[in-house]
Design a binder for this molecule. Structure first.
Ligand code: XIL
Length: 361
C-alpha cells in the first residue's frame, strides 16, 4: 500500500506544504503547537507560530496554569494566557487550553495539603475552574481539565487534591468545567500513556471508567507524547492504546509531542531516526478514527523545555534553533500529504470527523 511504502522512503524528501493545511486535508482537525510567553517578542518565531496554515491550534505552554492564573488566593490574572489566546483570536487559530487541575506549578498557598479538608479543597477547585474556564469560556476547543493524575506504577498520584478528596477531585473538576464552559471538549491528559499497555494505561482506563460512572463528563484523553529518539513507541503500540481509549471517550489526541535526542551533538542518522519516530506518532493518529489532532510542545529548539528539564538532552522539535526545518518536519508533511491523497482517513472515518468539526466551529 502506498501509505506504508511512503513510511519507508520519505525521511529526507523535502516537500512543500504546511503542517495544519495538510493535516486537515488528511482528515485531522488540526496540527498545533504549544507557545510560551518568552517567545512572543521574537519575530522569527511569531511568523511561524501565527501562520494558520502551519499551526491550526495553539496551546499556552504555561500561561493558563494555576501559578500564572491564581498566584494568590482569589486574585486571578490572565495576562500570560491571554497573550497567546489573543493571537489565536486574531489569526483564527483554535485554542487548546491547558490546564486546570495539576499537581505541578501550583502556587504556594495551595500546596500545603494538610491545611485543607475535603470541603475546602472542593471550594478551591470550584473557584479556580469557574474563574479560569469562565474567563476563557467559548474560546477553548478543548480544556485539559485534569493533568497527570496517575503514577507510572498505576497508583493515583498523591497530590494535594487527591489527599483532600480522593478520586472525587477528578470527577468534581470535570463537572465544574462542563458547567462553566459547556462547549469545550474536556480532556484528561497525561504522559507515558502512549505505549500499550503498561500499568499506567490500565490504571488510566480504570480511573476514567470510575469518574465517568460518577458523572464526570470526560470527552477526550490526551497523550502528551514526550519521548526519546530511537526509544519512542511504535505506531502499532500507540494505535492499540488509542483503540482502548476510544472505547471510553469521544476523541483522543497527541497533546505535547516532542522527541528528544538523548546524546548531543547528533548526526544525520539520528536526524533521520527522529523523523521516523515522529511519523509513527502522526501515522498512529491518522489510523485511529477518534484521533483528532497532534500538538507539538513548541516547534523550535530555541524555546523547547527539554534542555532545562533533561540536561544534556534536546533538539526535540521540528525546527532547529535557527528556524531551519528538520527532516522530521518534511517527513510529517509528506506522510500527511500521502494520507490525504490516498483517502486513508476520510474514507475510514467520515462521521466522527465531520461531527467534531461542526461542534468545534
Ligand atoms: C512545561 C513547560 O513547557 C515548562 O516551561 C515549565 O517549566 C514546566 O512545564 N507536561 C505538561 C506541561 O503537561 O504543562 C509541561 O510544560 C510539560 C510536561
Amino acid at each position: 500500500m502506498n501509505f506504508h511504502l511512503f513510511l519507508l522512503s520519505s525521511a529526507f524528501v523535502a516537500v512543500s506544504g504546511q503542517l495544519d493545511k495538510v493535516a486537515k486535508e488528511a482528515g485531522l482537525l488540526y496540527f498545533g503547537t504549544a507557545v510560551d510567553n518568552p517567545s512572543l517578542n521574537n519575530q522569527n518565531y511569531l511568523r511561524i507560530a501565527r501562520d494558520p496554515a502551519e499551526f491550526g491550534s495553539l496551546t499556552p505552554a504555561n500561561g493558563q496554569k494555576w501559578s500564572n492564573t491564581q498566584a494568590s488566593q482569589g486574585r486571578f490574572t490572565y495576562g500570560s494566557g491571554d497573550a497567546i489566546a489573543n493571537i489565536a483570536r486574531q489569526t483564527g487559530q483554535q485554542l487548546r487550553c491547558h490546564t486546570l487541575v495539576w499537581y505541578n506549578q501550583l502556587p504556594g498557598w495551595d500546596t500545603v495539603s494538610s491545611v485543607y479538608n475535603r470541603d475546602q479543597m472542593q471550594q478551591i477547585i470550584t473557584a479556580h475552574i469557574q474563574n479560569v474556564a469562565g474567563h476563557y469560556k467559548g474560546r477553548c476547543y478543548a480544556w485539559d481539565v485534569v493533568n497527570e493524575a496517575m503514577e507510572d506504577d498505576g497508583r493515583y498520584r498523591n497530590n494535594p487534591m487527591y489527599r483532600a478528596m480522593g478520586v472525587d477531585y477528578i470527577t468534581h473538576s470535570f463537572k465544574v468545567a462542563q458547567q462553566t464552559d459547556p462547549a469545550a471538549k474536556l480532556y484528561y491528559n497525561d504522559f507515558n500513556i502512549e505505549r500499550c499497555c503498561n500499568a499506567k494505561i490500565n490504571a488510566t482506563i480504570a480511573m476514567i471508567r470510575t469518574v465517568k460512572a460518577a458523572g464526570a463528563p470526560v470527552h477526550g484523553i490526551g497523550m502528551q507524547g514526550h519521548s526519546r529518539v530511537g526509544m519512542s513507541p511504535s505506531k502499532r503500540e500507540m494505535k492499540e492504546t488509542m483503540a482502548r481509549f476510544s472505547e471510553l471517550v469521544d476523541e483522543v489526541a497527541f497533546t505535547e509531542v516532542d522527541i528528544r535526542h538523548t546524546k548531543l551533538p547528533i548526526g544525520a542518522a539520528e536526524r533521520e531516526q527522529q523523523g521516523k519516530d515522529y511519523m509513527e506518532v502522526v501515522g498512529a493518529c491518522l489510523e485511529t478514527p477518534k484521533c483528532v489532532g497532534i500538538t507539538v510542545w513548541d516547534f523550535t529548539d530555541q524555546y523547547s523545555w527539554i534542555p532545562q528539564q533533561y540536561p544534556g538532552e534536546g533538539e526535540a522539535c521540528l525546527w532547529d534553533r535557527n528556524y531551519n526545518k528538520k527532516p522530521a518536519y518534511h517527513s510529517i508533511v509528506g506522510l500527511l500529504q500521502s494520507a490525504a491523497s490516498s483517502g486513508l482517513r476520510t474514507s475510514a472515518t467520515p462521521a466522527p470527523v465531520a461531527a467534531i468539526a461542526v461542534t468545534a466551529a
